[in-house]
Design a protein around this ligand. Structure first.
Ligand code: ZN
Ligand code: ZN
Length: 352
């Protein structure tokens, strides 16, 4: 069959007419395939959800056990057939459980990458390139200005600051799902064995990662330490992780003298860091940067490229220029990790 008939963009998300299922639907549907647990891709209220076991566990943890009528877990590489269409989930390297959906029928193959990155992440298996007729990619950081440095360099900056200012608490804003656990793992790999304190909103997901075999070391609830009269002593020279929304709120003021840090691909944009009063920006992203996006398209060399969301235009233009015909789908409802970060920078911000 013609690959372009296999999946079509609809207001509810990418739909497979012959299989009668949606991928990462933004509205409740009878049958959903979910690439990963971020809330803009994984929503509650579907009839059946096909996903990896960790993704199903993440959804249950965030929405409650009744998040779907029925769960269907698939291991990486396993083939599932729905109404004559086969689906295979392969690693996307984005967060724990994240997968690309490989959809096939009658010799046509379309790969929906969900969100992905190419560099190593100690919390999940690496992205696996799959040759295909149509590759469907995100483009969160689809502008040449976005080049993420090695994460070890960014973690070294944080540890150097901790050494330079041993009297100050280092408060690191990070998305609760994926980024927080990756930052913790990277700190452990860099030899930081001290207890790391967590904002309450992060505890459950860190426990879930630990239950899935990701070693996070000594984690302690910041709330417990805040109850003691010695609060400020405890947090001196300590690393505390919180969701980005708590970086500058009342809660963070209880930590005493704080170096405010934020781990995000958007920290490449100085205006963003200033806006959030971030003293120590860390460019650590779970999304492919420009080089990773273009290297992936060059490597896979798909028959065509469809771009779902993000800064589509530059990537579409680049892809056409190397002979891979590209289309922007302009799917709505997806943002960077579903945690309220603006979807795409304005050109002036990007060049800042
Ligand atoms: Zn996303
Ligand atoms: Zn995501």
């Amino acid at each position: 069959m013609k690959p372009e008939l296999l999946l079509k963009p609809t207001p509810a998300g990418l739909y497979c007419p012959s299989g009668d299922f949606y991928i990462d639907p933004v509205r409740p549907v009878d049958r959903a395939v979910v690439t990963h647990g971020h809330s803009d891709h994984a929503r509650a209220g579907h009839g059946v959800v096909l996903a990896t076991e960790p993704t199903l566990a993440i959804m249950a943890s965030r929405y409650g056990e009744a998040f779907t009528e029925r769960r269907q877990a698939a291991a990486y590489g396993e083939t599932v057939t729905i109404n004559g269409v086969t689906i295979r989930l392969v690693p996307a390297g984005h967060i724990l459980g994240s997968a690309q959906a490989v959809v096939e029928k009658g010799g046509a193959r379309v790969v929906v990458s969900g969100d992905y990155k190419r560099r190593r992440d100690p919390t999940c298996p690496r992205f696996e390139p799959v040759p295909c007729d149509i590759f469907i990619s995100e483009a969160t950081f689809g502008l040449p200005v976005f080049r993420h440095p090695p994460d070890t360099e960014e973690i070294a900056k944080l540890l150097l600051s901790l050494k330079t200012f041993p009297e100050r608490c280092h408060l690191v804003g990070a998305y609760s799902l994926g980024k927080a656990q990756r930052v913790i793992c990277l700190l452990r790999e860099a030899g930081h064995d001290a207890p790391i304190y967590l904002h309450g909103a992060m505890q459950k997901l860190c426990d879930l990662y630990t239950a899935h075999g990701v070693k996070l070391g000594d984690l302690r609830p910041a709330a417990d330490a805040m109850k003691t009269p010695l609060t400020r002593e405890v947090f001196k020279g300590a690393i505390v992780l919180c969701p980005p929304s708590s970086l500058n709120d009342l809660w963070s003021r209880k930590l005493g003298d704080v170096v405010t840090s934020f781990a995000s691909g958007w920290m490449r944009v100085r205006a963003r860091a200033r806006q959030r009063l971030v003293e120590l920006p860390l460019i650590i992203s779970d999304h492919a940067d420009w080089d990773e996006l273009t290297a992936t398209i060059t490597e896979i060399k798909p028959g065509a490229l469809w771009v779902t969301h993000g800064a589509e235009e530059a990537l579409v233009h680049w892809s056409n220029s190397i002979g891979v015909p590209a289309t922007a789908l302009n799917l709505v409802g997806y943002d960077e990790d579903g945690e309220g970060e603006p979807a795409a920078p304005t050109p002036t911000e990007a060049s800042a």
